[in-house]
Design a protein around this ligand. Sequence first.
Ligand code: AHR
Length: 498
Amino acid sequence: MKLHAEPGRVLGKRDPMIYGHFIEHFHRQIYGGVYDPGNPLSDEEGFRTDVLEAMRRIKVPVLRWPGGCFVSAYHWKEGVGKERIPHFDKAWRVEEPNTFGTDEYIRLCRKLGCEPYICTNAGTGTAEEMSDWVEYCNLPSEGRYAKWRIANGYTEPHRVKYWSVGNENYGSWEMGSKTPEQWGMLTCEAAKMMKRVDPSTELSAAALTDIDWNVNLLKNCGKYLDWMSIHEYWDPIHETNDYADYEASMAYTADIGHSVRKVRGLLEAMGLEKQIRIAFDEWNLRQWYHPMIMDVDQQGLTKEEYLYPRDENDDNTKYTMADAVFTACFLNMCNRNCDIVGMANFAPIVNTRGCICTHKDGIVLRSTYHVFDLYVNYLGDVVLDTWEEENPVKLLRAASGEKTEVELLDVLVTSFSDRAGYAVAAVNKDAGETQTLTLDLPGCGAVTLDYISGNSTESYNDVDHEEVAIEHEELGTYRQGMQITLRPHSVNIIRIGC
Ligand code: AHR
């Protein structure tokens, strides 16, 4: 494929928050994940220092919390103060100890240097409870909740800028699910009260690509919103754990930006595209595995049916180059749509399907972790328009069994707002063949290649087993028309000096 780009054809400057993350009170994400008091690897506050270091290395810009389904029956007041009352979490049918609450979460964000992003309970909660949470976090001292925060030892406000009204309240699986009409009204009242407490907050609300849901939301609440929250998981494994293979995973990339197209169209139709941006605040190639819990009529009777299977999310052999290649294609899509996609939160970051997996003696950096390392630390912040010649295509068998035409290369060109040079993200989805990329862009200086490919499409990392890591090559001096060989199933960052 021949790739053309010019420095003057700029699509935009990507928001760093498209490399954001999500963490939920589910399985081992919080307890035994990032928060592990008593573990020798944890600091004096109970946070895993090895996890913190890995999260800092990929410069986590924003961390969404506490859910996810969990939040839709979560009452934040049980998770602050000296007395923490355990509650039964109806979303996941486990006891929540409430020892990790708002203040612990804020301390975590401060240690990471990232923005907090709190998702509120619009399931069983009320507009008042949501706005009380904003009082607790953001008012200097007025009212009982700010005074409660001060009494808990936090004189300064937590200054939480990003808030979401609700999670997936459109779904029957969610505690307190809503009809489109109910949703429009509730979000309006909640947003009104939250903005009354702190007008500087930026609010999102659970949205879909469904027109009716979104029209009701935007008609009722559009004036208060800064973001629309979109969730997307492509491989539906939460009941079966039956993974789409590499070929089918690549087939999912065929129209990876369809949600952005639909939501952008609706925002433009309603004249809101300059006010509201898209937050993909949960996304991952694959769903999380948690059988016999999401379906109202199909609740597991025994823990063997609905609880213990969640441990299978910890099987590191199941996080391969399919996850890494797909993740890179999704991040390319977010960059290309940086005019309207301002945030994306990989779901989740620690354990379950996260890019970091903890065990009692350390962590495993899964294949997707290295994609974030490449994109955050090697790519530029200015996204250039490109045009391509002869992108090779293949007919791939989708999970449905149908054949889908898929372009084998997914390429993004970036430059830097603070220096000369380019960084090209080039993904080769082909399972077995190398592909050649011919560069037609004005450049000069040294050319380097940093990439991950593994030994096969099934390569993975585990304790004492590493197949996927960033490798580096020096490719000499840049010349127009330079050809770069891209390994099969690889994610590549090509940097051109000037
Ligand atoms: O599988 C995890 C769940 O997926 C999250 O809690 C929810 O937001 C989404 O449906």
